[in-house]
Design a binder for this molecule. Structure first.
Ligand SMILES: Cc1cc2nc3c(=O)[nH]c(=O)nc-3n(C[C@H](O)[C@H](O)[C@H](O)COP(=O)(O)OP(=O)(O)OC[C@H]3O[C@@H](n4cnc5c(N)ncnc54)[C@H](O)[C@@H]3O)c2cc1C
Length: 285
């Protein structure tokens, strides 16, 4: 596998990146770690005369705390997230989820922004961020920033809400409110996850006041399960075991699993059912 020839551009600002994207139009593509894009080029699934490397744009880097949110630059790598002190102290479940993405070589260069923008249906971060009701910020150089919920950003397989020449600049992850916890589980046969489940649970006075159940990697895109969330809300924690089966079944329905190389839709529904119970138990523990 060899890379076809292309001209490499290394902008240092969003404005410069957008200007290059506008100048070369459909013959140009952005990339960050290149773990997805360069593979597509090598396999001959895509071809561009111009690649725009985003790694030098300062605005896309860094991790900071802002009010009640962790703000992560789109170009931050999985490996940096896994090892960040800010993440480990504020939201250890995020560091733990990142530690289990891909392999060390991919995590070392692959970025959170690249993962979300590629929108492969088999994604750990997309499922995790959905359960946390995280937001992303998108901007065309010089233009107004747009803030979108992850649920509105990830539109479908390999499809996002990004407009032409628009960049994902940062991911905003809300801090956990008092009494809340989040957990993420995955099951994999191949390199990418076959099923991913993330659960956010907020308990007040021994009762589930709020639950968010996100399921990914089994259908066209990660989704929240309204059915599972409704089944869990208002349940005393001491009676939760009796509700886990219903929550798992409803999540499996809402996820709309599809048949593919990783297994049949029925099999994936079973996986989701089991993972939802396991992940909820972990979040409540
Ligand atoms: C072997 C292997 C195993 C993997 N296993 C897992 C796994 O277990 N779990 C999981 O979740 N993922 C997995 N992945 C996916 C991996 O997480 C992604 O490849 C990586 O995060 C993509 O980031 P990148 O910076 O390399 O993206 P790139 O390849 O640089 O870009 C991907 C796409 O996003 C666009 N893009 C990138 N950044 C931006 C931006 N800021 N604004 C606008 N567009 C942008 C590019 O134009 C391109 O279309 C695996 C990948 C590989 C190769």
């Amino acid at each position: 596998m060899t890379l076809p020839p292309f001209e490499l551009h290394r902008p240092e600002s969003l404005e410069e990146a957008t200007e290059l994207a506008t100048r070369y139009g459909e013959d140009a593509a952005f990339y960050c770690g290149g773990t997805e894009l360069l593979l597509l080029l090598k396999l001959g699934f895509a071809s561009f005369g111009h690649l725009i490397d985003l790694k030098r744009i300062e605005e896309l880097g860094g991790i900071r705390r802002e009010n009640d949110a962790l703000v992560i630059g789109a170009a931050v790598t999985h490996r940096t997230l896994e090892r960040s002190d800010a993440i480990r102290t504020t939201l250890p479940a995020l560091a733990e989820m990142e530690r289990r993405v891909a392999n060390l070589r991919v995590r070392e260069v692959g970025t959170l922004g690249g993962n979300l923008c590629f929108s492969d249906p088999h994604s750990d971060p997309a499922t995790f961020l959905l359960a946390l009701d995280a937001e992303v910020v998108c901007r065309r150089g010089g233009g107004e920033a747009r803030r979108l919920r992850v649920s509105d950003f990830v539109v479908g397989p390999y499809q996002t809400a990004l407009g032409e020449g628009e960049l994902l600049t940062e991911i905003r992850v809300p801090a956990l409110p008092p009494g809340a916890a989040v957990a993420h589980s995955k099951f994999s046969f191949h390199e990418r996850p076959t099923a991913t489940v993330a659960c956010f649970v907020r308990v007040v006075d021994g009762v589930v006041a709020e639950a968010r159940v996100a399921v990914g990697s089994v259908g066209a895109r990660p989704v929240r399960s309204g059915g599972a969330e409704a089944a869990l809300a208002g349940t005393p924690v001491s009676e939760l075991d009796g509700t886990l089966g219903t929550a798992g079944e409803r999540a499996a329905e809402d996820a709309e699993p599809v048949d593919d190389a990783a297994g049949s839709a029925d099999y994936k529904a079973q996986l989701v059912n089991v993972l939802v119970g396991r992940t909820l138990r972990e979040a409540i523990a």
